[in-house]
Design a protein. Sequence first.
Length: 421
Amino acid sequence: MLPAPVVIFDLDTLRADHLGCYGYGRPTSPRIDALAAESYRFQWAFSQAPDTGPSQSSIFTGLYPSSHGLKFNSAKLPDSVTTLAEVFSDAGYRTAAFVDGGFMLPEFGIDQGFELYEASDWNGLDTIGPRVLDWLDAHHEEDFLLLIHSYDVHADYESPEPFRSLFTSGMTPTPGFKPNVKQLEVIRRSKWSDQPLQLNDADLEFAKARYDGGIRFADYWLGRILDHMRALGLDRRATIVLLSDHGEEFQEHGSVQHDRLYAPVTHIPLLIRPPGGIIPSVITSVVQGMDVMPTLVEGAGLPLPPNLQGHSLLPLMRGESVPERPAFSESPYFGHRRGIFLGEHHLLGALENEALELFEFRRDPLELRNVVAEQPEVAARLRSLAKQWQDSLDRRGTPDIETPELDEDTVKSLEALGYLN
Ligand SMILES: [Zn+2]
């Protein structure tokens, strides 16, 4: 149903609701919207973690963070897990990845199975895009798995002009304010202190507008790559996937960037376009980022690795009736917090204590209204399910993980991005 070649656009930090095809008002995504118009669009896909290493590893292994081992950034994905690229590579497909560094560097083990794995140093699609076009010229007649990943949407929200300023005209942020990682990290980290800081409204709107400019820039490059694929005949031969590893918070819950499990962070876009495209189809069931791995493996007719936790989305795409399944997320921050999306509801919190929150994410997608006191029986049912899920993860165990050896330049670059300190 989804034959190779497979091309995955993995736009780090892209929240679903800032795309036109997910209802956003600002024109951030004309090309992504056009892709959605030929794709299965999953309205309610959720990430398994709020940060890059754990969530990306779930996407590419079909396993929860506790089960592939990367509960935190800056650990190395163990060799014992089987990745999407390993399955395709073992079956004789060419496998190539053009990624944007950070926690996608090969030092973190996510390169497993890629015969070519080229990592830029946060240079974005202006560097990665031309490499992808060249690679497609050389390999478009083969069967392959191609991963294109970038941080163009991630802070510092400094995409090239004209995209950077596309949505900021007339705005008057505080002089000296830049929505870069350095300044946003001061806000984010203050949440752990007695004196939490907030961006004022003008700065917040400016940050959002710059973030949206980054989306439009990524959308421009996606369009260029798709046009190139069409010229090579790949639009009729390739399966195209667009997704993200997590979203981004703009103080909907008092913080910025991404470290918690509220929907602005965990609600991700997911489009799957079969070769030739389809009449658009919107799937409203709850699904998970890590369902992509089994979907692509099964879609290509390849054997599924044993003990996967993700589920193939092919039955939903075929319109079959599928039992309702939950999506789970886990975060090591602010205590061990977990979240479960099921049906109409999202329950999140530290399962060990009573301070849980419950939201009706479909009608309240920013999760601004906590209904836990009004619907205690729903909260109790979801908490019990989440505990069962946690028990099953505990029984399965977490593989031993290594901390990778990083050279001085890599450490400096991750520190500059606000990580590792
Ligand atoms: Zn990320």
